[in-house]
Design a protein around this ligand. Structure first.
Ligand code: NI
Length: 184
């Protein structure tokens, strides 16, 4: 089932999300719905707060984004903890399904080490780099209540103010289902 994506301005996008346990109701179906929602909106990552749930869960599939350096990974991250971020920072233009039609360069560390649980709640610890690391950092921010627009310069954020407030009231053209926090 395709779920509506919560738009910029929704309070749930600003909450620090809570860990979940294996008995979280309907988890398997929820994860399937999150993948379906992500693919139908051409996203490469989707975090639970973006569908209105303040829980520590996100899905990523970056297998098709980079032809030169294919990121062959599709992964569900449950209760993740980024243990460290390291290596030089690099800048890349990011977007977000909750903030349609806005793209800005964001500077992030090239590598990270993360501990997480998979769909069977098996624990993993792994190092990611390149685009995989970037997607994880962006989605991880979501479960911490952080958006990529928080990571751009105050000057650029100021320039985006009008567009961001338009998004929060639904004044934006978007091809997928969204839920806007404020009506006009
Ligand atoms: Ni996002």
């Amino acid at each position: 089932m395709i779920l509506p994506i919560y738009a910029y301005g929704s309070p749930v996008l600003r909450q620090k999300a809570e860990p979940i346990s294996p008995d979280y109701p309907g988890l398997k179906e929820l994860i399937a719905n999150m993948y379906e929602t992500m693919y139908s909106s051409n996203g490469i990552g989707l975090a639970a707060p973006q569908i209105g749930l303040p829980i520590r869960l996100f899905v990523v599939d970056g297998s098709e984004i980079d032809e030169i350096d294919p990121v062959d990974f599709k992964q569900t991250f449950i209760n993740p903890i980024i243990l460290e971020e390291f290596d030089d920072k690099w800048s890349f233009e990011e977007g977000c399904l909750s903030i349609p039609q806005v793209r800005e360069p964001v500077s992030r560390h090239a590598k990270l080490r993360i501990r997480y649980q998979d769909e069977q709640f098996r624990e993993h610890e792994a190092v990611f780099d390149g685009m995989a690391a970037r997607i994880i950092q962006h989605e991880y921010d979501h479960i911490e209540g952080v958006l990529f627009t928080d990571r751009i310069s105050p000057l650029k954020r100021n320039l985006l103010k009008g567009r961001l407030s338009n998004i929060s009231v639904g004044r934006v053209n978007v091809s997928y289902r969204m839920k806007f926090p404020k009506s006009r």
